[in-house]
Design a protein around this ligand. Structure first.
Ligand SMILES: [Zn+2]
Length: 132
């Protein structure tokens, strides 16, 4: 029972921290003023006893928070996840319209396999029309 409370408290703390990071990241319109919109498509793979495959599409608007850390769906994985922020920042710096790639979860734990989860992503960016 005690352990369950600890896990819930840890989950709550993690959620709080996530929220704070999200706010600290600022808005897309501030961080990336030339971006009119973004679509992030992810396929999530989990390699455990029961392989899981999830597809998720995230629409990003100038009013969205510039926070692109995707959580790992493995319960035991506390500090893992996928940080697309560096990829997106590099992409926008280079005025790229689309990028594809793969990433392995950074989470580590006793019960976790190093390759317990990975994603493949496709990011598309629309830029504001500078000529107008
Ligand atoms: Zn993970």
């Amino acid at each position: 029972m005690a352990q369950r409370t600890t896990a819930a408290a840890r989950k709550y703390a993690a959620d709080q921290e996530r929220n704070e990071k999200k706010i600290a990241a600022g808005l897309v319109s501030e961080r990336f003023p030339k971006v009119a919109g973004m679509v992030i498509k992810m396929t999530y793979y989990q390699e455990m006893a029961n392989p899981v495959l999830m597809v998720r599409t995230v629409n990003v608007f100038p009013s969205s928070h510039a926070y692109f850390h995707m959580q790992c769906a493995v319960k035991e994985c506390d500090e893992g996840g996928f940080d697309l922020e560096p990829i997106i920042a590099r992409m926008i710096r280079g005025n790229k319209r689309s990028v594809k790639g793969e990433m392995t979860c950074s989470g580590k734990g006793d019960k976790l396999d190093k390759n317990h989860a990975s994603i493949s992503y496709e990011i598309k960016v629309r830029y504001r029309n500078k000529s107008k």
